[in-house]
Design a protein around this ligand. Structure first.
Ligand SMILES: [Zn+2]
Ligand SMILES: [Zn+2]
Ligand SMILES: [Zn+2]
Length: 342
């Protein structure tokens, strides 16, 4: 019997459906288990709740290593159950079902995911994982020997990697019911990681590439307060915390709260009452005299605009205005000169 035969004979509902070909239909407890370890990690490293001491760091590293192992193997198992054996050539379904076998380590799991499942890992990610495995072994045998800061920084890198891995390579393969449950479990993790400085730094470094080219539409997120919210017409998504706004109204009310602003004004470009003043953008972090339309993303500085003498709405100062002291918007101009040409 080939391993493919075994898979089709015995795997049943565990069979892995490659993304894009069939809809994912998996019910998969190991992922909940992995996320549970992550919850413990963020609780230990959260600098807002208490000072991170050596004991916190020790358990954070141990649980992070456990999370890595569980999550990487979960993905490997979705590819084929025999791949979590240290030696897949000796794998039997009976040993797998009774969990009575020696399994592969995290480094081998990453190699197999790359070589067999075709997943992409960058070298920094795999290096961080190797370093963490060393830290874990050292901690178990000798206690904390390295500087706590360095260990914490490495833990932050692995945490960042596992969050990305879950998001990109694991959760999309689950059934929608399992995805919903994982999303709920992840809320604690996502909230906790915002208070972990090593994680925050690493993640912002990585996001810098992702956000490049969008600086003129990137502002501070009202939820996580990082400069990582990329605006689009009528909404936006924060690349740091994943918060997303699908209507200009919900975004406007959050911005008005943050800016302590009164209300919205009318956009010179699209005419919607959707303009906020004073947003700070990533491409010009010291300018706070911006005028921005959440509906059409038109952006001005207040020096580029003036109030219409008729209706007081913002209106762009045009070069060929020839310097009227009180310019009019086209609407008011049409009303002011109805008899023209008569
Ligand atoms: Zn955010
Ligand atoms: Zn507009
Ligand atoms: Zn006007």
């Amino acid at each position: 019997m080939t391993s493919a035969d075994q898979a089709s004979a015995g795997a049943g509902e565990r069979r892995y459906a490659p993304p894009g070909r069939t809809s994912p239909q998996l019910d998969f407890p190991p992922i909940r288990n992995g996320i549970d370890y992550l919850v413990s990690v963020v609780e230990r490293l959260d600098e807002n709740t208490s000072v991170v001491d050596d004991r916190d760091l020790k358990y954070a590293v141990l649980h992070l290593q456990a999370a890595a192992e569980v999550l990487l193997k979960a993905r490997l198992q979705l590819e084929h159950w025999s791949l979590v054996f240290k030696d897949p050539g000796t794998a039997t379904r009976k040993a797998f079902d009774s969990a009575d076998f020696e399994s592969c380590g995290t480094v081998a799991a990453v190699d197999r995911l790359r070589d067999i499942a075709g997943l992409a890992f960058d070298k920094k990610e795999t290096d961080a994982l190797k370093e963490l495995a060393k830290d874990r072994n050292a901690l178990q045998h000798y206690g904390l020997t390295h500087s706590a800061r360095a260990v914490e920084a490495r833990a932050g890198r692995v945490l960042d990697f596992l969050m990305r891995f879950l998001e990109d390579d694991l959760l999309p393969l689950l059934s929608s019911r399992e995805q919903g449950r994982a999303a709920r479990d992840m809320v604690t993790v996502s909230e906790g990681v915002r208070n972990i400085s090593s994680y925050v730094k690493r993640r912002l470094d990585r996001l810098r590439g992702e956000l490049r080219g969008h600086e003129s539409l990137t502002v501070q997120c009202p939820d996580c307060e990082q400069m990582t919210l990329v605006l689009v017409p009528g909404g936006g998504t924060c690349h740091f915390c994943g918060a997303s706004w699908s209507s200009d109204a919900s975004l406007a009310s959050d911005f008005l709260d943050v800016l302590n602003a009164e209300g919205l004004v009318q956009c010179p470009q699209c005419d919607e009452y959707d303009v906020v003043e004073g947003l700070v953008f990533a491409d010009d972090p010291i300018a706070s005299d911006t005028v921005f339309c959440l509906s059409c993303t038109a952006r001005y500085t207040s020096a580029e605009l003036t109030s219409c003498a008729g209706c007081l709405r913002w209106w762009p100062i045009e070069a060929d205005d020839g310097g009227p002291i009180a310019p009019l918007c086209p609407g008011c101009r049409a009303q002011a000169e109805p008899e023209d040409g008569v």
